[in-house]
Design a protein around this ligand. Sequence first.
Ligand SMILES: Nc1ncnc2c1ncn2[C@@H]1O[C@H](COP(=O)(O)OP(=O)(O)OP(=O)(O)O)[C@@H](O)[C@H]1O
Length: 361
Amino acid sequence: MGCSFSGLNALYDAVNGGGDVWINENRFKIVRQLGEGGFAYVYLVKEVVSDSSSALANGLAKKVKDPSHLSDDRTYAIKKVLIQNNEQLDLVRDEIRVSSLFSHPNLLPLLDHTIISVKPTQEGSWNHEAYLLFPVHLDGTLLDNSKAMTSRKEFFSAPDVLQIFRQEENNSKLEELGPENESKEVGLKHMHNLGPPYAHNDVKPGNVLLSHRKGKCPLAILMDFGSARPARKQIRSRSEALQLQEWASEHCSAPFRAPELWDCPSDADIDERTDIWSLGCTLFAIMYGVSPFEYALGESGGSLQLAIINAQIKWPAGPKQPYPEEFHHFVTWMLQPQPALRPCIDDIIYHVDKLVTKFSQ
Ligand SMILES: Nc1ncnc2c1ncn2[C@@H]1O[C@H](COP(=O)(O)OP(=O)(O)OP(=O)(O)O)[C@@H](O)[C@H]1O
């Protein structure tokens, strides 16, 4: 993936003037900041078109393959990534390359991107900025939503937990798209079933955007493919194991990180079930607002790594349990510390469908 330098000066001047951002031939006005990450800022933007009557036929519409990704009011999200060295540049290029592999209603699509050089660093090498354009979802992440619930001492209802997790309703849309999309699947299954299978590697409530819909359960959209990689790795030496652990410590959020990524044996077959562990932690967090291991350590603290390696799970006690025992068993099943015994995404979908039948009536 090469850098695009089109519109370089216009883009640089506009951004520094605090006004518009150009991504290739399209111009966007920054409305406000939506969030920020490690080296990134995310803005709500509005596409600027010269002739508003033909807005949806021009500009971005010419660029975006799937018209359902275009917004009626021309608002989008732009993620601006600050790049200081070649390693960071490679990471952004990976994020762009990997994002273009997926097309699924539960995976946030990358609509367009540009990488520009901005100014030389003191050492004389160039700094870059990447601008990534996405559909915008203004109802916050699953983390924002579950934190708000927890602070009000409220819980998602049992059927809502299952619907958010399963996303079945949304996927009936897939069946309308044609036979190749006929199987009811969630976004993660789409990634795990690619050839080769990809792992997201950072499944957590902060990486799931929610979009509320009238009379339906919220649409959950997995984002942030910066850490997604081919999932299957054969580890055959101590140094390969340490390399994997080091990579995971930088890319996989600690409270949601699978045990084999904390303490990898020198002879191990790693696969996409690292994501199933994170999915189990995410389901716990939909119910109780935090990862199970942060919950188990509580205020007294302790080693997160040990709690995870020992699969030390604790359930909220009390006479009024918001969720049936089956939900706890389901989470415990996903949090199987031995990866070879952990279920895969097809098992999860089969099981959650049984729970939906039982608890969503
Ligand atoms: N498409 C979007 N629509 C609405 N808000 C968004 C969108 N993308 C990102 N955000 C907001 O911006 C925040 C940061 O985005 P993102 O997680 O992609 O950045 P990051 O640098 O990869 O973060 P991290 O360092 O946590 O991995 C999100 O938590 C979310 O609140």
